[in-house]
Ligand binder design. Structure first.
Ligand SMILES: [Cu+2]
Length: 481
């Protein structure tokens, strides 16, 4: 008979030492400028001897069936003859992916789970072509493959019967090519970079100017910038004032407000104050409430903050592109450290002084050029938060993406006190809170135990890869009192 032995002191101290070491390392890293080792996910155009136009007699038409998913690209067949090539692309994965052949200037739209797209490339000449998914980190995780175009490839007719069958794939998942030791090593290396320093930081403050007629004036400029989502991975970010998320607009009830938006984008835009009570003509919905703000134009939104809220401002023109690409920001009315703790009443018993020490904005995104991210950054470039035991933190989750994200902090439950900027009649406890697109949820977390506590989306492909944590992951570092 086996006896169940209590956890030994040795186990306990090893665990504690591990956490302490992690904590010290994480704190040290947040203060030291790291030499950033670039993880370059993007394809580089390779010099693989793409030849000139092929002789007319070898030109043919072929179809390549492309299956994209986490985290592989499978192409069948992976060799075709020169000529027109049709790509029948299907996303059989759980999250959005795209299909890009840089050398042929082919870029599918961002395909949601289950979506398909057919793209025809005309007169493709002999050569080797690399294909990737450009969603942040996906190519690194294995979403790249190559196909060859060669006069020696079997003809489309000969391949016809094999199309639906098993054809050797050129793209394979990362773990098929790596040993477990390599997986562990990359996981370790990436995790130790956290928090990795990258260019640019979102959610900055914006100081209004005061107009003669008593308005707080916030000047915003929308433009496309190079945004470093994770170390070495730069994307075309669509930003307000060069930040993703845009600067946090903070207001008090009674404030008279002007938001002056200058459009330096290559297309029209508008701004919608989501969850904020404004006159209809400043709701930002073209063509009903205003004309689109054309490139080069400026538009002024004007309202009085009438009630406390946790709102957001974002594009409402071509928004399925503009918002996930970065045109998003928080607009908060009222002192939410105070509002949240009052809403909690006597429920937060572990807080030392009944006051919240921090209020943070956490913008969730999963699409566009920015991809899976927290506040415009993907782990290990996300920002960690520090707390002391007995302190409380108020977090506002904002979902500006296209999918639900169940957010989970590795602590016991936090208290949910508000939904979409309205205090709940009955606050409730949750350790995992699903935040749907467009929603804002406000929660209080009180630090109970020292350590580095992971904080992430619990749709696992949004937070993890074969080589460790990625995307929608950060941490709370709790130190003793
Ligand atoms: Cu998620």
């Amino acid at each position: 008979m086996t006896e169940i032995t209590p956890k030994s002191e040795k186990d306990e101290s090893t665990w504690t030492r591990g956490i302490t070491a992690m904590m010290l390392a994480a704190i040290a890293m947040s203060t030291v400028v790291l030499g950033v080792v670039a993880i370059v996910a993007m394809s580089k155009s390779d010099s693989d001897g793409t030849s000139g136009a092929s002789p007319a007699e070898t030109v043919s038409a072929a179809t390549i069936v492309v299956d994209i998913k986490e985290f592989s690209i499978t192409m069948s067949p992976s060799a075709v003859r020169p000529g027109d090539v049709t790509f029948e692309i299907r996303n059989s994965g759980a999250v959005p992916h795209d299909f890009v052949i840089t050398k042929l200037d082919i870029h599918s739209s961002l395909l949601n789970s289950g979506a398909s797209e057919t793209i025809v490339a005309k007169n493709v000449v002999a050569g080797t072509y690399e294909v990737i998914c450009t969603v942040a980190g996906h190519a690194d995780a294995g979403m790249k493959a190559t196909f060859t175009v060669s006069a020696d490839a079997p003809s489309a007719e000969a391949k016809g019967h094999e199309m639906a069958g098993v054809t050797p794939a050129s793209g394979t998942a990362a773990h098929d090519e790596m040993t477990w030791q390599e997986m562990d090593a990359i996981m370790h290396e990436t995790a130790l970079k956290f928090p990795a320093k990258t260019e640019g930081l979102g959610n900055g403050e914006i100081t209004p100017t005061l107009s003669d007629d008593g308005y707080k004036v916030f000047n915003l400029t929308a433009s496309i910038i190079k945004w470093e989502v994770e170390p070495g991975k730069f994307v075309d970010g669509w930003a307000y004032n060069g930040q993703i998320p845009g600067p946090v607009i903070r207001l008090n009830v009674g404030d008279k407000v002007r938001i002056v938006l200058k459009n330096e984008l290559p297309e029209s835009t508008t701004l919608h104050p989501h969850g904020v009570r404004v006159p209809n003509k400043f709701d930002g919905v073209p063509p009903y409430t205003q004309d689109p703000i054309k490139p080069g134009e400026t538009f002024t939104y004007e309202f009085t903050a009438q009630e406390t809220t946790v709102g957001m401002y974002h594009s409402h023109h071509n928004p399925q592109v503009q918002v996930p690409n970065g045109l998003l920001g928080a607009l908060i009315v009222g002192d939410w450290k105070d509002i949240a703790m009052k809403a909690a009443g006597t429920r937060v018993v572990d807080d030392d002084d009944g006051k919240a020490e921090q209020e943070i904005v956490m913008v969730l995104n999963d699409a566009g050029t920015i991809g899976l991210s927290l506040n415009g950054k993907s782990f290990p470039a996300t920002t960690p938060y520090t707390m002391k035991v007995g302190e409380s933190l108020v977090v506002h989750y904002f979902n500006e993406g296209n999918q639900m994200h169940p957010m989970h902090l590795h602590q016991t439950a936090g208290l949910v006190v508000a939904k979409d900027g309205r205090v709940l009649e009955s606050p409730f406890w949750a350790d995992t809170l699903s935040v749907a697109p467009g929603e804002r949820w406000t929660m209080i977390y009180t630090a109970l135990d020292p350590g580095v506590w992971a904080w992430h989306c619990h749709i696992l492909p949004h937070a993890e890869t074969a080589t460790g944590m990625r995307y929608m992951v950060t941490a709370v570092i709790v130190s003793p009192k």
